[in-house]
Design a protein around this ligand. Structure first.
Ligand code: ZN
Ligand code: ZN
Length: 386
């Protein structure tokens, strides 16, 4: 039996485990850095499949690192498993995790035969937008010795190299002074007005942003009572741009808008976070091509995208990995339009038979890609040198 057939047979043997994990995670959504059940369930499945597993790596209780095989080429498959507040697995990270487990176990079956060491890395908190799991694991040596990295992400349609841009998430706090809002308003410093001025300034700034820039946020605290001048307000914002370099520029301009709020009202401004942004994804086109062939061999198709998906601009901490390790981040289609990621309708799509089929296809396409990296001489040599 050849290596790919061996991997396929191994995956068949753990289909129930893989889909069971997807469904279990979907039923128990956990937020970033709180994924206690997910990290336990996933690492147990890998341990049962013969992986050496270390939990709580890189100073993060819900991160894990699992390895199998002893070949010279080290390939990492990244598992994400955090959910979104209020709407559960609306980004389908239950499927990302299930595919990482399926791919890891399937590839591990033939790892020594093809000269591979398979790593499944449990990378928490992808949705947090700053100092996330992969960012911290990269800093702390969690990706040391890895020659290539991959993961597959659910989406409305199949996309080989979606446009994934740089992003920075930060918190803003204004501190003013309380006063009776009617009796003695002249004694107050209005922190809610500061936020209003900032939001108005950002609205005006939009005319002068590049079409590829994004600014969006929420008010996390707007005041406590209508008859007390708000002394404390806060907001959480994300700024995005095509590259880290462009991000610096747009972030500076957005910070100026928040300063405008402070200047206009006399409230004190603090900006927290934003210090460990997500980088844009730099695809290894050759590995993308290998994945595409394997996905197509399983009957998956990469269609011409409708305009809405062609101009998509999301971000991921896989971008930071891709800047230093040859990486891919293909999207697997669940045929969900008009529903898309981060909508509750998409949550519902991540637990259907279509999603289950995608989870198994994504698992095998990644396992086969890992095998191809190990068995294509020129590609293998390039990765070993990287
Ligand atoms: Zn998401
Ligand atoms: Zn996601």
């Amino acid at each position: 039996m050849d290596a790919k057939a061996g991997a396929r047979e191994r995956l068949r043997g753990v289909e129930k485990t893989v889909l069971g994990l997807s469904h279990r995670l979907h039923a128990h959504p956990e937020l970033g850095f709180e994924e206690e059940n997910a990290s336990l369930w996933l690492s147990e499945a890998l341990r049962e499949a013969g992986f050496e597993v270390e939990r709580g790596v890189c100073g993060m209780p819900t991160a894990f690192s699992a390895r199998s095989g002893n070949g010279p080429l080290h390939v990492a498959i990244c598992a994400e498993y955090d959910a979104l507040p209020g709407i559960g697995h609306a980004c389908g990270h239950n499927l990302i995790a299930a595919m990482a487990i399926g791919a890891g176990i399937a590839a591990a079956k033939v790892a020594d035969e093809v000269g591979l060491t398979v790593h499944v890395l449990g990378t928490p908190a992808e949705e947090v937008g700053n100092a996330s799991g992969k960012v911290l694991m990269l800093e702390r040596g969690g990706f040391a010795g890895i020659h290539a990295a991959m993961m597959v992400h659910p989406a409305p349609a199949e996309m080989l190299e979606a446009h994934l841009i740089a992003a920075s998430m930060f918190d803003v706090r204004y501190t003013g002074k309380e006063a009776h809002a009617s009796a003695t308003p002249e004694l107050g410093i209005n922190a809610a007005d500061a936020l209003t001025v900032a939001q108005t300034s950002i609205g005006l700034l939009r005319q002068h942003l590049r079409p590829t820039d994004r600014v969006h946020g929420i008010t996390t605290h707007g005041g406590d009572a209508p008859n007390v001048v708000p002394a404390h307000t806060s907001a959480r914002y994300i700024v995005r741009a095509d590259t880290l370099e462009e991000l610096k520029d747009v972030r500076k301009r957005v910070y100026c808008c928040f300063e405008a709020g402070a200047v206009a009202t006399g409230a004190k401004l603090e900006i927290l976070g934003g210090d460990k942004p997500y980088a844009d994804v730099r695809y290894d086109h050759e590995i993308s091509g290998v994945y595409r062939k394997n996905a197509e061999a399983l009957g998956r198709q990469f269609p011409t995208l409708p305009p809405m998906l062609a101009r998509i601009a999301a971000s991921t901490d896989m971008g930071n990995v891709s800047q230093v390790i040859p990486s891919i981040h293909p999207m697997i289609g669940l045929n969900t339009l008009p529903a898309a990621n981060h909508q509750p309708e998409f949550t519902a799509h991540c637990i259907t038979p279509v999603a289950d089929k995608a989870a198994l296809d994504g698992s095998l396409a990644m396992a086969w890609t890992a095998i191809d990296l190990a068995t294509t001489p020129e590609l293998r040599a390039r990765l070993l040198k990287s």
